[in-house]
Design a protein around this ligand. Structure first.
Ligand code: AHM
Length: 340
């Protein structure tokens, strides 16, 4: 029989990678397959969001005072359920749970990984059919295997991530994940229900023409950020300006587009919220990891995101992430001496 398939499935890809590393135990590959399974289940619900009783608010707020959507809850339960059942994960830290979820049973306690995740990012866009996503970062636990994991396993700097990724539930459903060896993107083929390798070895172009920021907050940003945004709008043949402004309001989609096409995504601190809105552990760190492996950069305006030592599960951080030369441009404005 002739096999005309052009694409590796996610399973085939992870098995192939595993064979290249005879010392690997296969736990990370299994964990990725679990995440792929949960993503498919969430995708089914996202696609029928207008048909089933899954739209709208769940009638409560999360630990950060934000309104929980029914789909937020569904996605959280799916990812936690699949990760627990898969026994490759000792526990989860999620945007939707006040505290870490410890899978305290004999098999899970033997797992070496913990997962930090935002199960449904951009949930303000659910009700209007705009792309939303899932973000995750995977860490090797620092506590001893055989015991339940604890908060110290989760409060690790982002540079300790073993792997990170995201899923875009958009015009197609895409799972992008990477280890230090490279970033790969898989598109869900709905006819067979498999993620297929469509974006091998993703590299972020060093320069692009897209900047993404919430312009509504412009006057609340610090001077250097405002100066850079002004510069993005000016004609400048040396860097291809003026740039194009694109801001969906789902960071998964915004950062994914800029990663592929080249660009910069910014969620700066504001006067009222100096740490901005995004969460360090499960929004900023995974994207910072992916951007760096792909050749880009990510900072909080002062420090490399991956070097920030976390002190709490839900802490927020400003985020600037994207093409390396655009990050250099941004920094030349942010670190300039204030005009006298
Ligand atoms: P969420 O976790 O409530 O979905 O919020 C995170 C989202 C990001 O995806 C997006 O970049 C940002 O919020 C948009 O916020 P704003 O509307 O303030 O620009």
């Amino acid at each position: 029989m002739i096999n005309n398939r052009k694409f590796f499935t996610l399973d085939e890809f992870t098995i192939k990678q595993l064979r290249e590393f005879p010392q690997a135990t296969g736990e990370l590959s299994s964990l990725m397959r679990d995440i792929g399974l949960a993503a498919k289940r969430v995708n089914v619900e996202v696609n029928k969001a207008g048909l089933a009783d899954i739209l709208g608010e769940a009638g409560k707020e999360n630990v950060q005072g934000e309104i929980v959507q029914k789909l937020d809850e569904f996605a959280n339960n799916q990812f936690i359920g699949v990760l627990h059942h898969g026994v490759n994960c000792a526990g989860v830290g999620s945007e939707e749970n006040d505290d870490i979820v410890v899978f305290d049973d004999e098999l899970s306690n033997k797992s070496k990984y913990v997962v930090l995740m935002d199960p449904l990012d951009g949930s303000g866009n659910i009700d209007v059919g705009v792309s939303i996503g899932t973000i995750f970062g995977i860490y090797r636990r620092v506590t001893e295997k055989g015991q339940p994991c604890n908060i110290s396993d989760f409060l690790q700097p982002g540079r300790n991530q073993v792997a990170a990724g995201y899923i875009v539930y958009g015009s197609s459903t895409l799972l992008v994940y990477g280890t230090r060896r490279g970033i790969n993107g898989f598109t869900l083929d709905p006819s067979v229900g498999e993620f297929c390798l469509t974006h091998p070895d993703i590299k972020c172009p060093p320069h692009g023409r897209i900047y993404s920021v919430n312009h509504g907050n412009f006057f609340q940003y610090e001077e250097g950020v405002r100066a850079y945004i002004n510069a993005c709008q000016k004609k400048d043949s040396s860097n291809g300006g003026p740039y194009t402004q694109r801001y969906i309001g789902s960071m998964v989609s915004d950062v994914h587009r800029n990663l592929i096409k080249g660009g910069i995504f910014m969620y700066p601190g504001t006067i009222n919220k100096p740490k901005g809105k995004l969460r360090l552990l499960y929004e900023c760190n995974p994207f910072a990891f992916i951007a760096e492996v792909a050749g880009g950069r990510a900072t909080d305006g002062k420090n490399r995101i991956l070097d920030v030592q976390p002190y709490e599960l839900h802490q927020r951080s400003p985020l600037f992430v994207g093409s390396s030369q655009m990050m250099d441009e941004l920094e030349s404005y942010m670190h300039a001496e204030p005009a006298k």
